[in-house]
Every structure is written in structure tokens, then in C-alpha cells.
Write a protein that binds this ligand. Structure first.
Ligand SMILES: Nc1nc2c(ncn2[C@@H]2O[C@H](COP(=O)(O)OP(=O)(O)OP(=O)(O)O)[C@@H](O)[C@H]2O)c(=O)[nH]1
Ligand SMILES: [Mg+2]
Length: 258
């Protein structure tokens, strides 16, 4: 059965897509429309941090207009970063019967038309599926060279430091089987930006969950402003180094006795 097929008994027939938003008024309607055109049965949770541009109000209107009741909105009072919005969204989803929880940006960088690739792998048994720019078939559209260099470099560094095989561990287009999020200590995750994605992947892998990558086409945003800054890169570099060193230290301790 194809991903997201209504009434099916596959995990993906019970999918919640979380879309964190901060000033995404131009994008939110478009992205939800595309999602429902591609996978009509999926539910959406917009996790808005009180966007001054009225994204939250617009999302409320979209929810009201959706007769099928597939759109939900979480209004958060402060801009607290995408990581905190996702954690709150995960908890919201886990309180309900969703079996698969997806992370997806509002700005069109992640194509809803490709979400079925992730969901098909979940239905095939994967615990976590990452949409990947850096596996064969994956690509990046409209990125300045500097940005791609940074992203590729960050991924190579993370792979070496942590000793994992994932090619795109910083990407934010992911599907999690609910059991994974139940098992992880979500309250302990404090990372922001890219580091948040590495943090979650690293926790899932260390728990013994399987993480699979599928190729995606990542397209840089056309509308609205980026929220990315230098601190996010710095945080990722520092934390990945610490996690990698701690992991090696623990392995060495186990090898050479206490
Ligand atoms: N709720 C919430 N969402 C956020 C916050 N910061 C970013 N987001 C959302 O997280 C997603 C990714 O943010 P982007 O600004 O696109 O970050 P990016 O993809 O690294 O940067 P660009 O490549 O320039 O687009 C978007 O849907 C944003 O609206 C935040 O503080 N709170
Ligand atoms: Mg973006």
C-alpha cells in the first residue's frame, strides 16, 4: 500500500507532519496545500512561535477552513528556536494516536511531493528516515557555493567525529516512528538549529534504532527570510566534537576495563 493511504493499517496512514514557523506567512498556505495534494490523509501541526507577521493567525484560518480537520495549530508565545518548537510538537503528537511524526520546514526546501519516499521506508520497517541531499539521487537547488560547502563540511565532520555512516545528519526533513520519540528523553535535548537534528539522530542511533537515508531535492527558500546564523554553526561544531570524544572515551574504557 502506498504511503499515507487513508484507512490503511500501515504506520504511515497515521502521520503527523510538524511544521515549525516563524514569519512564514507567504509559505505556510502553499506548503500545506502541496502536502495535502500529495498525501491527502496526513495531519499537520503548525508550531508557530508568535510570528509577528501573523503566520499563526493564517494557520488558524487554514485549520478552520479544512473540513477534514487535518490542520492543527500550536501557538507558542516566544521565539524559542526550531528545536524547542519541535520538542513541543513531538509531545503534542505523542499525546495522540499518530504512529509516524515528520519534521518539515515551511519554506518549501523540503518537497512534500517527496515525503512518500520517507514514509515508504518507515512502512518497510525503518525507525528513522532522513531525507538526504548527499546520497546518490539527492541534490541541492539554488544554494550559494559557500552554503553548500558549509553544509557538506559539517556533515563530513559529524560523520568522522561521531563515527556514523549517515551522509546528511544535519538535514531537517525526517520521519520518526513514534516508538523512537517515546524512547528518547526529549526534555534533555537542548540543541538548536542544525545541532538539533544531529542531536536527535545521535540519540536515536545510540539507542539502537535504525536510521535510513532516502534521496531528496532540497530547494533554497524563495520567499521570506532565513533564520540561520553563525551561532548555530558554532554550537554544532562544539557539541559534535564533545559527543564524538565522549563516545570514543566510553568505548576505550569498555575495551580496557574500568
Ligand atoms: N517555531 C519556530 N520555527 C522556527 C524558528 N526558527 C526557524 N523556524 C522555522 O524552521 C524552519 C527552518 O528555518 P529556516 O529559516 O528555513 O532555516 P534554514 O533552512 O537553515 O535557512 P535557509 O536555508 O536560509 O532557509 C522554517 O520553517 C522556519 O520558519 C523558531 O525560532 N521558532
Ligand atoms: Mg530554510
Amino acid at each position: 500500500m502506498a504511503a499515507g493511504t487513508p484507512g490503511g493499517d500501515t504506520p504511515s496512514a497515521h502521520t503527523l507532519v510538524i511544521i515549525p514557523t516563524y514569519n512564514e506567512r507567504e509559505n505556510i498556505g502553499l506548503i500545506i496545500g502541496r502536502l495535502h495534494a500529495a498525501l491527502p490523509n496526513t495531519h499537520v501541526l503548525v508550531a508557530d512561535d508568535g510570528s509577528p507577521d501573523g503566520t499563526g493567525d493564517l494557520a488558524d484560518k487554514l485549520a478552520e477552513q479544512d473540513a477534514a480537520g487535518r490542520i492543527h495549530v500550536m501557538h507558542r508565545t516566544e521565539k524559542n528556536g526550531l528545536g524547542a518548537a519541535y520538542i513541543a510538537g513531538f509531545k503534542w503528537g505523542l499525546e495522540r494516536d499518530y504512529r509516524v511524526i515528520v519534521e518539515m520546514d515551511a519554506d518549501g526546501s523540503h518537497a512534500p511531493e517527496q515525503l512518500h519516499r520517507l514514509l515508504d521506508q518507515i512502512d518497510a520497517g525503518a525507525d528513522v528516515v532522513a531525507g538526504s541531499r548527499y546520497v546518490p539521487g539527492g541534490s541541492v537547488v539554488n544554494w550559494p557555493k559557500r552554503r553548500e560547502f558549509l553544509s557538506r563540511g559539517g556533515n563530513i565532520y559529524s560523520r568522522l567525529a561521531l563515527g556514523v555512516k549517515i551522509k546528511d545528519i544535519t538535514g531537517g526533513f525526517r520521519a520518526y516512528r513514534r516508538e523512537v520519540l517515546v524512547a528518547l528523553d526529549l526534555d534533555a535535548v537542548e540543541s538548536h538549529g542544525y545541532c538539533f537534528q544531529v542531536d536527535l539522530a545521535w540519540r536515536a542511533i545510540q539507542h539502537g534504532f535504525t536510521m535510513v537515508e532516502v534521496p531528496i531535492t532540497f530547494t533554497e527558500r524563495e520567499f521570506g527570510e532565513s533564520k540561520m546564523d553563525g551561532n548555530i554553526v558554532q554550537e554544532a561544531l562544539l557539541k559534535v566534537t564533545v559527543w564524538g570524544m565522549r563516545n570514543r572515551w566510553n568505548k576505550a574504557k569498555a575495551l580496557f576495563g574500568k
